[in-house]
Design a protein. Structure first.
Length: 375
């Protein structure tokens, strides 16, 4: 099964249908903001909005899969809609309580810095969590989860780096997917901090011209393919320094309930655009570890929001639980000891079954943000 066919299969149910974005009538103030994404353009209907909950309706009229981002200063990701296939539409709902200068970006091919434009948020608005005790507790609960996973990421990365520097190849290979588990569980938070994410997690195939190959995947190649190199210890030290920096940032960031909801969907998009195709861990084939971790992180975000979703849409929550259980059952079939079998050991029907299960889960997860955004 090809990468393209898998992505197209996943896109069907996971994409939330929206009204067309091509209407030339200016949208009402405070209403949804239409975005027309093309291969060489990113037309955002408005360049300013009042602080509060913003809704972007993205229509991909290009020929390539694209993403849409709203960035704060320092390239901090406020919200992201990923894996938007040609001809498809997605809705991004994001809470922006603070006025200031932001940027919008479309990323044709899901690569690079994107086609950017300035976006201004005016005034300020009360945070959802400040007005709703259940939403406030959801944000605190997920922050505790991020903190615990960050501690484990730091600890296991330290062990992994130590093994690499000591030339203990078998030990380093065993620690590689374990350390990455904690990274993958909190990936939407980790990805929000500018250049740290590509330094830690960039894949060789995705490098831009002049970009150095560093981080987990560079060491993965050294361990499984080329053998440890003269600069492997230096790469390992840099990885640990970057992880230490991102752990400190992740622990201090204030997350909104909508960031939790969007993060739950982003983690499933990570599976759909990388893990399910075997592109993520192309040297070690430990993709199922990452797959499991992304699903764990998505489930943790939903768990934090559970009281709110239960109150506002119990039927949706029941469907989400059912679909999570189906994915869990499939993953359990591929366990090997304390971890998982090599991704290359899966048959095409097994990969297709996993893709379909993620597809079925992605559809209800995509609705959680709209439930959380309700006043």
């Amino acid at each position: 099964m090809t990468t393209t066919s898998l992505r197209l299969g996943l896109a069907g149910a996971a994409v939330l249908a929206l009204a067309a974005c091509g209407d030339s009538t200016p949208p009402a103030a405070g209403g949804p903001i239409a975005v027309e994404a093309r291969d060489d353009a990113c037309a955002v209907a408005r360049t300013a909005a009042d602080a509060g909950t913003l809704t972007f309706e993205i229509n991909n009229k290009g020929s390539r899969v694209t993403e849409f981002y709203l960035y704060a200063e320092g390239d901090r990701i406020m919200g992201e809609a990923a894996n938007i296939e040609p001809g498809a539409s997605r809705r991004l709902i994001v809470e922006v309580p603070d006025g200031g200068k932001y940027q919008t970006a479309c990323k044709p091919g899901m690569q690079g810095k994107g086609i950017r434009a300035d976006f201004t948020v005016n005034g300020s608005a009360g945070k959802q969590a400040d007005a709703n005790a259940k939403l406030a507790e959801a944000a605190k609960s997920y922050q505790r989860y991020v903190s615990s996973q960050s501690d484990a990421l730091q600890s296991k990365t330290t062990e992994f780096v130590g093994a690499v520097k000591a030339g203990k190849v078998d030990e380093a290979k065993a620690l590689f997917p374990v350390a990455r588990t904690y990274w993958e569980r909190i990936e939407p938070v980790a990805e929000s901090f500018g250049d740290l994410d590509p330094r830690i997690d960039a894949r060789e195939a995705d490098l831009e011209e002049g970009q150095e190959f560093t981080g987990f995947h560079r060491l993965e190649k050294d361990l499984w393919v080329s053998g440890l190199q003269a600069d492997s210890p230096t790469i390992a030290d840099r990885l640990l320094a970057d992880v230490n920096e991102i752990v400190a940032k992740a622990k201090s960031v204030e997350l909104t309930p909508l960031e939790l909801a969007n993060g739950a969907k982003e983690l499933l998009d990570e599976v759909a655009t990388g893990k399910i195709t075997g592109e993520e861990d192309t040297f070690s084939h430990t993709d199922l570890w990452d797959f499991r971790a992304n699903v764990d992180g998505s489930k943790a975000a939903v768990a934090a929001l559970r009281p709110v979703v239960q109150e506002r849409d119990a039927a949706l929550l029941a469907t989400v639980d059912e679909k999570f259980a189906a994915v869990d059952a499939l993953l359990d079939k591929h366990r090997a000891g304390e971890g998982f079998k090599s991704y290359t050991d899966l048959t095409e029907p097994e990969i297709k079954a996993l893709a379909e299960a993620i597809d079925a889960l992605g559809e209800p997860i995509s609705k959680v943000a709209e439930v959380v955004a309700r006043p």
